[in-house]
Design a binder for this molecule. Structure first.
Ligand code: DX5
Ligand code: ZN
Length: 212
């Protein structure tokens, strides 16, 4: 499986989202990572369903929606109808992960389950056979531009060991060419990067450096 690069628009200019999305699309990005925050599950508020709906009209890239919200089950239908192709929820935010995964998949899209830095990977092993993707957070969720927590990368090995060969293992937080390589060496096959891509002088080069 080649590396799926998913630029996070959290580091884009929200007054120029279309321009900034075209920049990554034209530079070979595979997916578009959209960080949804509710000010409860994480101490920040970002974007919601109407923005996803509008973005659906301006890009062909799969929309990789990362829900950092409480009660994600209440918003799955709305995000899928808005055009999400992948919906990831947090293990810490739900009681019955399998129900959430099945609900996401019932809309014909991919489901992801995510763990925060302090959550042990063993907690989600029972769900690996039901899910399309695991998102291992390598920073505390809430903000872009934080420093990669290297201990979190160790979790990739455990998920890789128990997951099927088709499982997408994504990492998010502090990813650049160096930390991305650490993660792909451990078995990650999808890299989310916000500040590294959007702050770089040459976006195409930055995306390529994550792919190779
Ligand atoms: C953080 C978000 C990330 C964020 C990553 O809670 O989930 O997707 O945009 O930003 P960087 O790549 O700058 O760490
Ligand atoms: Zn994210």
């Amino acid at each position: 499986m080649s590396i799926i690069v998913s630029p996070s628009i959290l580091s884009a200019d929200f007054a120029n989202l279309e321009r900034d999305i075209k920049k990554v699309e034209d530079s070979g990005a595979d997916w578009l990572h959209i960080d949804v925050m509710d000010g409860h599950f994480v101490p920040n508020i970002t974007i919601g369903v109407p923005v996803v709906k509008s973005l659906r009209r301006i890009t062909k890239m799969p929309l990789d929606v990362h829900l950092m919200i409480e009660n994600p089950q209440n918003y799955i239908e709305a995000f899928s109808k808005a055009g999400a192709d992948i919906i990831t929820f947090h293990y810490e935010a739900v009681k019955e992960p399998i129900e959430i995964i099945n609900k996401i998949r019932s809309y014909g899209i991919k489901a992801g389950i995510s763990i925060k830095p302090k959550t042990e990977p063993e907690n989600i092993i029972p769900y690996l056979k039901y899910t399309d993707m695991v998102l291992i957070m390598t920073v505390e969720p809430g903000f872009g531009g934080q420093t990669f927590i290297s201990e979190c990368a160790q979790k990739i090995k455990i998920i890789k060991q128990y997951g099927s060969k088709d499982l997408i293992i994504q990492v998010d937080g502090g990813i650049n060419d160096k930390t991305g390589k650490i993660c792909t060496d451990f078995g990650a096959n999808s890299l989310v990067a916000g500040s590294y891509i959007y702050n770089s002088e040459n976006i195409k080069q930055a995306i390529n450096s994550l792919k190779n």
